[in-house]
Design a protein around this ligand. Structure first.
Ligand code: ATP
Length: 309
């Protein structure tokens, strides 16, 4: 089932939480939905999951509109909301049974579905514990189990690793990756590395609008453009070298990476390379190059650049 978001707009009072957003997710894709706090991720995900009505635009899931057929869409979507609200005083099995009944899964199938979820989400050792007794990582597994129990084609996960420790984060990411092989997944996060590690495609949203849509590779290319060199120069005063680099005609900007080691980051102007001018500069001044490595712009920097207000 493809997801097609068409000109989605949602206002809260005068504020547009989501502003004319359109994108498409193909069946089987794992899409990372990235953006700073308040960008509009949760609002978009809630609209896709039929939890809020848009003011304008529509979402179609497998061709069905959220306005006309929310009941069909809900059957096909599993949703893990932000902060994963669970019934703390139920044990895992009872809780999953309760959710299965809400979804209308036939009674005779429920025990088998619960066992599947316990297996898939790695809950064997904990299944009789109360949810309040579980670690955050295990609570998140229960959140995934409740989202998957009706075997939806699509899984929508709102910041699934928030509040987890680094080991739990790795485990939940692995689990999501495994699930992602079988399902269409939209996962929101404000951590770029997370989205890069788990997703096929990245969508960056800022102030309710999509600012980037592509793979991590495309995103790098699009924003990189300019040559960036990590450069070490010895044999002269670090500030003189800095000034001389900045004065080269091909150079756009120079930064210190490490003043003591005389390491610089040199960014060239668009479609220029500064390698030869740097060599010439060193020859003229009797400097020597201790390091010269092209570097990729870090995705973190690109993200920051694209989402600065
Ligand atoms: P976060 O990463 O912090 O969860 P987000 O990208 O998910 O952020 P949304 O929760 O979609 O962002 O919120 C988008 C904007 O809409 C925010 O400015 C938020 O304050 C506002 N907003 C969201 N829900 C409501 C609501 N129920 N009432 C009023 N304003 C809201």
């Amino acid at each position: 089932m493809d997801i097609v978001v068409e000109h989605l707009t949602k206002r809260y009072g005068p504020q547009k939480a989501v502003d004319n957003v359109s994108f498409r997710v193909k069946a089987g894709e794992v899409l990372g939905f990235l953006g700073p706090n308040g960008a509009g991720k949760t609002t978009t995900m809630k609209a896709i999951s039929c939890y809020i009505n848009p003011d304008e635009g529509d979402v179609k899931v497998g061709g069905y509109s959220i306005k006309e057929h929310p009941e069909i869409i809900k059957k096909n979507i599993g949703y893990l909301p932000e902060n994963n609200p669970l019934y703390q005083d139920m044990n895992i099995i009872d809780f999953l049974e309760f959710i299965a009944k809400i979804h209308g899964i036939p009674r005779y199938l429920i025990p088998e579905r619960i066992l599947d979820m316990v297996r898939i989400c790695g809950l064997e050792g904990e299944k009789h514990k109360l949810i309040s007794e579980l670690s955050k990582g295990y609570q998140q597994r229960v959140g995934l189990a409740q989202a998957l129990i009706h075997d939806p084609e699509i899984l929508i996960l709102d910041e699934p690793t928030t509040g987890l420790d680094p080991n739990q984060i790795v485990e939940i990411r692995e689990l999501i990756k495994r699930i992602g092989k079988e399902k269409t997944v939209i996962l929101s996060s404000h951590i770029l590395a997370e989205v890069e590690a788990t997703c096929d495609r990245i969508l960056i949203i800022n102030n309710g609008r999509i600012v980037v849509d592509g793979t991590a590779e495309e995103l790098r290319k699009q924003a990189a453009g300019n040559e960036i060199l990590k450069l070490g120069i010895q044999g002269g005063d670090v500030n003189d070298i800095f000034e001389s680099l900045l004065n080269l005609e091909t150079v756009d900007s120079v930064d210190f990476i490490d003043i003591d080691k005389q390491l610089f980051e040199v960014q060239s102007l668009k479609e220029e390379t500064s390698v030869k001018p740097i060599f010439d500069l060193c020859v003229r001044n009797n400097y020597y190059i201790s390091e010269l490595t092209p570097t990729e712009k870090k995705l973190e920097d690109i993200f920051r650049q694209l989402t600065l207000h």
